[in-house]
Design a protein around this ligand. Structure first.
Ligand SMILES: [Ca+2]
Ligand SMILES: [Ca+2]
Ligand SMILES: [Ca+2]
Length: 215
């Protein structure tokens, strides 16, 4: 009898850990504090960033509902396609995650791109060293990029496997996806989101939400 109870307990514990593993994620930001946190995020180029109220959800839309009350509006005028971007420090061991996820609220007028840049520490010092004389490029660490086309009106959920990111700076880091915090490595250290317009000159305007790492 005792053995049966023990096996039942083990099964329940096993199921619980499976369920918690399935629903675990690392939230980078969902903007539900209602304001752009300038100590958490930096901006570059001519991109404006402001937290805005989400439109009320029409009909049944679980992804729009999951965006809550606020998202981050990114807007600005393109100069030669480029608008600007935002970035934040991460400092996370990302080996247990396999995907980068973001919800993007598009519109009819703007169909540009969002470039997602992630940096992981390869010289084991919890820092992404940059060269100010070379457009602040990473000097010792891998930079991985993926790009997402902004869709039409409403929230589109984008879930990118890390395997879909390509190495943007071969020869700088070790060229291996190793976002772990072993041997004094800081792991996945930095995220940048860069806005590229679909017009050489002209306005860009969309919103982002629920930026996270998951399985
Ligand atoms: Ca939100
Ligand atoms: Ca480094
Ligand atoms: Ca690496």
């Amino acid at each position: 009898m005792k053995k049966t109870i023990f096996i039942c307990l083990l099964t329940v514990c096993g199921l619980c850990s499976m369920v918690s593993a399935q629903f675990s994620f690392y939230l980078i930001d969902n903007f539900e504090n209602g304001q752009f946190n300038s100590s958490k995020w930096w901006r570059f180029g001519d991109l404006r960033a402001e937290v805005v109220h989400n439109a009320s959800v029409e009909g049944r839309d679980l992804i729009a509902e999951s965006c809550g009350a606020y998202s981050l509006r990114l807007s600005g005028d393109a100069r030669d396609w480029y608008v600007g971007g935002i970035g934040t420090e991460l400092g996370v061991d990302a080996t247990e995650f396999s995907r980068f996820q973001i919800d993007i609220y598009g519109n009819k007028e703007y169909h540009g791109k969002l470039i997602i840049e992630i940096f992981e520490d390869d010289n084991h010092n919890y820092t992404i060293e940059q060269d100010p004389k070379n457009n602040y490029a990473a000097i010792f660490d891998d930079k991985w990029v993926a790009e997402v086309n902004i869709q039409g009106k409403g929230f589109t959920r984008v879930s990118l496997p890390f395997s879909a990111f390509t190495l943007a700076n071969p020869g700088v880091g070790d060229g291996i996806w190793n976002p772990d915090q072993k041997n004094s490595s800081g792991g996945l250290l930095k995220l940048q989101l860069v806005v590229i317009s679909d017009k050489q000159q002209g306005p860009s305007d969309f919103a982002i939400d629920n930026i996270l790492l998951n399985y």
